[in-house]
Design a protein around this ligand. Structure first.
Ligand code: DC
Length: 225
């Protein structure tokens, strides 16, 4: 099996790069952020406030009432909650902020851990997230930590949200990017941090195609595919 871990903050470009590399190499792309987003959406729909005080209730809700599935349809990862495809619904700004909050709860991380390990054990994967190189796949063949300047990341995220018809301002997105960075790096369980053996890639000035080519070359150099 080949396991590639790509971590980084919101807007670093990790998901687009990981998805494209997996597609060209014919291996599976696993977007773990989508799993946290699906849990957050399920909490929102269930009317439960996402907070540390409600952790026991949230854990009960997820383990008792949520069947979370990841399926690949035409090379694209789809996420299902109780059989419903929520791949588009989880992409809103609000769900992203809620995902950052729900992901700070240790029981939610535990709930998703086995699913992520299982996917990596049975498939050649490029998995992206916040704790892949540090917690989920500490023995990954390659670990990459991607980042970019906050202003660049906010602009990328703003463009994506506007393209989807969301009404947001660039200044609000920048504030929220900084807020999510803070939440994701300061939580106690599995915070966003570069693994000591991960390669750092600043994508602020990098061309997408060059980045993809660079990562593919790196993976091919393993001689495992
Ligand atoms: O990558 P994303 O923006 O879709 O992730 C949404 C949130 O989920 C992010 O703010 C932090 C959390 N997350 C996490 O804690 N661990 C992961 N492996 C992936 C995402």
């Amino acid at each position: 099996m080949i396991n590639i871990a790509i971590d980084g903050p919101v807007g670093s470009g990790k998901s687009s790069v990981a998805r494209e590399c997996a597609k060209r190499l014919g291996i599976m792309y696993v977007d773990t952020g989508a799993m946290y987003r699906a849990c957050a959406l399920f909490c929102i729909r269930s009317g439960i406030e996402i907070s540390p005080e409600n952790e026991a209730q949230i854990a009960e809700l997820l383990t008792g009432k949520l069947t979370l599935d990841i399926r690949i349809v035409d090379d694209v990862q789809h996420v299902y909650i109780n059989g419903e495809d929520v791949s588009a619904d989880i992409r809103t700004h609000g769900v992203g902020m809620a995902a950052s909050m729900v992901s700070a709860l240790p029981s939610v991380r535990k709930f998703l851990l086995d699913k992520q390990l299982d996917l990596a054990a049975h498939n050649n994967v490029i998995m992206d997230g916040r704790d892949i190189g540090t917690v989920i796949l500490p023995n990954a063949d390659i670990k990459i930590f991607m980042s970019a300047r906050p202003e660049v990341r906010a602009k990328r995220r703003y463009d994506e949200l506007i393209a989807k018809g969301e009404k947001v301002t660039l200044s609000q997105v920048l504030i929220d990017v900084n807020k999510r960075d803070f939440q994701d790096t300061h939580r106690e369980t599995a915070p966003l941090v570069q693994a000591p053996d991960a390669m750092f890639l600043d994508t602020s000035e990098l061309d997408f195609e060059q980045t993809v080519e660079g990562v593919i070359e790196l993976i091919r150099s393993l001689d495992k595919l």
